[in-house]
Write a protein that binds this ligand. Structure first.
Ligand SMILES: C[S@@+](CC[C@H](N)C(=O)[O-])C[C@H]1O[C@@H](n2cnc3c(N)ncnc32)[C@H](O)[C@@H]1O
Length: 222
């Protein structure tokens, strides 16, 4: 079911041909920063026990949360990514879009996502978060952001190198070729902050990491 152009983009990027190598590529391509950013997400949900990961993918973040004693559930669009998660972790999972959640009202203390926001209708996701979160619950969105200044030049050089690497690592060719453009065109941070405030979330917080190439936005349901 295609609800948004971002779905088509996500379905081009995340497929059976790259599910097996996702964990390794995400670590290498971010120079290990992916794990550092996920630690920040975990810090944001401290004290919350029942957590839903939107776009859980192969379960990197879900595993980290489960290791810390959290009860975790996950939803993702890509069946092959969920198969990898199932090999690592026993947890409730669903295949579907984060814009239409198959969960009861007020069923989670926290909802987290990493690299989802640029592929979705953010307002729809936030409306669903509001419905599914318990009062006092927190939402945390993390994704890449397009940097400025000198870092922007380095960013372009880096993506040229990735494009070159895509000639050899063919299962990631499409992602390495197009990801920078998807990030550049996305204004997910502004959209998320707007949608959160529009929905009357409180304590909206926005933090940038790693020379502003990555951002985390969080907010609480009163
Ligand atoms: C780059 S991967 C990130 C996976 C995981 N969050 C992580 O940090 O390792 C992006 C994931 O978003 C999922 N995705 C994209 N659009 C989605 C949507 N509308 N609803 C649920 N999952 C989605 C893809 O299937 C893919 O697994």
């Amino acid at each position: 079911m295609l609800l948004h152009e971002g779905h088509a983009q996500a379905m081009r990027f995340f497929t059976n041909i790259n599910a097996d190598s996702y964990d390794l590529i995400s670590r290498l391509a971010t120079f290990g920063q992916d794990i550092a950013w996920k630690h920040e997400i975990i810090r944001a949900v401290r004290g919350r026990s029942h957590i839903l990961e939107l776009a859980c993918g192969t379960g990197i973040l879900s595993s980290m949360l489960a290791e810390r004693g959290k009860s975790v559930a996950g939803i993702d669009l890509t069946f092959e990514y969920l198969l990898i998660l199932k090999r690592k972790l026993k947890m409730p999972i669903a295949q579907g879009t984060a814009e239409v959640l198959p969960y009861r009202d007020e069923s989670f203390d926290a909802m987290v996502s990493s690299y989802l926001a640029k592929y979705v209708d953010v307002q729809k996701v936030i409306d669903e978060c509001w419905r599914v979160l318990r009062p006092g619950g927190i939402v945390v969105f993390h994704d890449f952001t397009y940097p400025s200044g000198l870092i922007c030049n380095l960013w372009h050089i880096y993506f040229e190198l990735l494009r070159l690497a895509g000639r050899f690592v063919t299962s990631w060719k499409v992602v390495f070729r197009q990801l920078d453009d998807v990030i550049k065109k996305s204004d997910w941070v502004d959209q998320t902050i707007y949608a959160l405030k529009n929905r009357k979330f409180q304590n909206v917080n926005c933090r940038c990491y790693t020379a502003r190439t990555s951002t985390i936005v969080s907010a609480e349901k009163p």
